[in-house]
Structures are given as structure tokens and as C-alpha cells.
Design a protein around this ligand. Structure first.
Ligand code: SOE
Length: 388
């Protein structure tokens, strides 16, 4: 039997353990190590997650010759440097978004990954839902006709109160953009994947609902809830990144769209949704009910398509792993991301020549360019071209 591909994970906050779980669901990959700041906390985390090796310094993980693939699950400000070191260590890299803190950094990363010939991926997992594969194929087969418009939103509520605090709120660790970079990036990646179009121009309006937040004098993790625990001490922290934004978009074929992102919408947990309006039909999908796709008609009853491997198009079938009605969700989309990425490695594909079935550093770099165009548009109050 061929040896399993060995992986190491750097960073064990909200997303690191999700990567570990997803990778473990592949029979041909083994997570052999994790790294996070400090020997003792790395050891405790490794024990909790059942990972054999723990490193208090990620540089030691990179020196382990058995590790072929490294996942970068650290906070945003560390992505660029660590991605660079992973590539220079000759290992395949799977990074969380944003790839870096600026598009000039992400373009250098892309060039570096190409130079070293490593397989590079970015965890844009929403395009990996089976229904997104099905929809992309239906669009390609022109079921909806010409896609005239795409609109939707990505809404969350975990930063609604001024007392909600997390490292993402500090632009030094989170980056110059928050809601756009964190969740708008997913929306843009998903709709570009599904439509096969690229966003070329943007007109944006951003808003920091809480310019001053009250930071509890204890650490908070992403989506963390203070379960009844009384916090009595806060410090006032100025916030410079957006809680909310609306963006008009123009695609490369001249068609139009718009989206809203928010981290302050009570009741909305991870509400990514969008609608396509084609010249024949429309489609509407929401991430929180991922197994259904609404299809809108003008001259007959509307329909709801239910995910079902027996009925899906051939191209979507490899992404759906259970019979119809056995609804697959967010963790399965992460598993699909890992499946596509590691299959590419296992099959010995060439990242310079072979088409990847997952988001690569090219997509990660494009996402940075869109984010920067959005920030510029908001600042200058005008349409801005996405510069790559
Ligand atoms: C936090 O806003 C977050 O976890 C993002 O970082 C993820 O990418 C998104 O999937 C859900 O929300």
C-alpha cells in the first residue's frame, strides 16, 4: 500500500481544527504534526486533537522532512511570511485567506509558488459544495441563458455588539479590510466560480458601525460566545475596518451585480446567499440550506432542485458523498476542498500545467486585488478597476 501523504498544520484557532477534521476524512492523508506559539500550548492542543507531533515554533515543523504539505491556519498578518517559508521549504501549501496583507505580497507569493513548483491552494471552500458544482455546470451548459445579473449577500451577527471583540478587529492582525476580506472574499469567489466570470470593476460603500469597541480583558476566539460568563472589565479600542459594506460590481462580460456583507446583522449566522438572473431562468442558493437550489421561471411554476447524486450532472457527482436527503454541509465543503487539493498531489499533477479543481494562489491573489479595489472605491467614491 502506498504511504499516506503527511501533513502539518500551523495555527489551531477556529479553522485549524476544521482543516484537521476534513483532512482526516481522506483515507490517503495523515496529519502528523501541528504548530502553534509556545511548546506547552502546542503540546496540549496536539493532545486534544490527537496529533502525534507538537511544535511550539512553526519553523521546526517546516524542518521535518516527512511533512509534504503544510496548512497555514494562522491569523491574517502571519499568512504572507509563513506561506513564503512553507514554499521555500519546498512543501506544498494550503493557506487560509487572505493570502497576505497586500496584493503586491500576494502576487510575489504566487510567483514564488510557481518558481518552486509546489501545489498551492487557498481555502475558498464554498465553491466546493456539490450544489455549486452542479450550478456551475448548469451555467456552462447555458440552462439559464445569458447571466445578466448576480446579487446577494453574506451576513453574520457575531460582531453585533460593541463588546464583541476578536483579533480580526485589529487592522494590524486582521488587515486593512475585515467584512470584505473575511466574508466578501468568499462571496466573490463563489459567484465567480459559478458564473465563470471575473469581477472587473467595483463601486463600494463601507461602514464601521462601531468605531470604538469594548475589548474584554480576556481572549476571544472567532464565533466565540461568552457562555453566561460575566465580563466586567473592558478597554476602549478604536476600530478602522468595516462592519458592513455594499458593493456594486461589473463583470468582465459587461453584466452587473451587487452584494452586501455584514458582521452586525442580528440572527444571521453564516448567511451567504446569491441569485443569478439569466435570460431564460434564475437561480437562488443559500449556504445555510445548501442542498436546495431554487430555480425561477417566468412562464411556468418555479422549482426547487434537491441535491441527489442520482440526479446530478456527472461533473457534480464526485463532490456529493451521500444519497439524496442526507444533507451535507459546511464541514463537507471543507472536506471537498481537501479532497480536490490532495487528489491533485496524489495524482502527481503539475501545478504549472494542470487545471486545479480548487482555488489556488491565483484566486487568492485575485481576491486581494478585488479587496483593494473596493477599499479604493470607498475612499475615492468612484468606480475602480480591479488591477491584477
Ligand atoms: C469568520 O468570519 C469566518 O470564520 C470566516 O473567516 C470564514 O472564512 C467563513 O467561512 C465563516 O466566517
Amino acid at each position: 500500500m502506498k504511504a499516506k501523504i503527511k501533513a502539518g498544520i500551523i495555527g489551531t484557532g477556529f479553522i485549524g481544527p476544521a482543516h484537521i477534521e476534513a483532512v482526516r476524512r481522506l483515507e490517503f492523508v495523515e496529519v502528523i504534526a501541528l504548530a502553534q506559539n509556545g511548546e506547552e500550548s502546542a503540546r496540549i492542543k496536539a493532545e486534544q486533537l490527537g496529533v502525534p507531533l507538537a511544535y511550539g515554533d512553526y519553523k521546526d515543523l517546516l524542518r521535518n522532512p516527512d511533512i509534504e504539505v503544510v496548512h497555514n491556519c494562522t491569523p491574517n498578518h502571519l499568512h504572507n511570511q509563513i506561506n513564503r517559508e512553507i514554499i521555500e521549504a519546498g512543501k506544498h501549501v494550503l493557506s487560509e485567506k487572505p493570502l497576505a496583507m497586500s496584493s503586491s505580497e500576494s502576487s510575489e507569493l504566487l510567483a514564488l509558488a510557481r518558481k518552486h513548483g509546489v501545489v498551492h491552494g487557498v481555502n475558498f471552500n464554498y465553491r466546493q459544495y456539490p450544489m455549486m458544482k452542479q450550478l456551475a455546470e448548469m451555467v456552462k451548459q447555458e440552462e439559464f441563458g445569458r447571466i445578466n445579473a448576480v446579487h446577494g449577500s453574506y451576513l453574520q451577527d457575531w460582531l453585533l455588539y460593541e463588546t464583541d471583540y476578536n483579533w480580526r478587529l485589529d487592522d494590524k492582525t486582521g488587515g486593512r479590510s475585515r467584512a470584505i476580506a473575511d466574508i466578501g472574499s468568499h462571496w466573490c469567489d463563489t459567484v465567480q466560480y459559478v458564473t465563470g466570470k471575473k469581477i472587473k470593476q467595483v463601486f463600494a460603500d463601507l461602514w464601521t458601525v462601531h468605531p470604538i469597541r469594548k475589548k474584554p480583558v480576556s481572549q476571544a476566539i472567532t464565533f466565540g460566545v461568552s457562555k453566561g460568563e460575566q465580563i466586567s472589565k473592558y478597554e476602549d479600542i478604536p476600530v478602522h475596518t468595516e462592519d458592513y459594506a455594499s458593493v456594486l460590481i461589473r463583470f468582465d462580460d459587461g453584466s452587473k451585480g451587487a452584494f452586501t456583507v455584514s458582521q452586525v446583522s442580528a440572527g444571521r449566522k453564516n448567511a451567504l446567499s446569491f441569485e443569478l438572473n439569466g435570460s431564460r431562468k434564475s437561480a437562488y442558493w443559500k449556504q445555510e440550506e445548501p442542498a436546495s437550489l431554487w430555480i425561477g421561471h417566468r412562464d411556468r411554476f418555479n422549482e426547487v432542485l434537491m441535491a441527489d447524486p442520482a440526479l446530478f450532472l456527472e461533473e457534480a457527482r464526485p463532490s456529493i458523498h451521500h444519497p439524496g436527503g442526507h444533507t451535507e454541509g459546511w464541514p463537507d465543503s471543507v472536506k471537498n476542498m481537501m479532497l480536490q487539493y490532495y487528489t491533485f498531489i496524489r495524482e502527481g499533477k503539475d501545478p504549472l500545467k494542470d487545471k486545479a479543481n480548487f482555488a489556488t494562489f491565483e484566486d487568492g491573489h485575485l481576491s486581494m486585488c478585488i479587496m483593494e479595489a473596493i477599499l479604493k472605491s470607498h475612499k475615492d467614491e468612484c468606480w475602480v478597476q480591479v488591477q491584477q
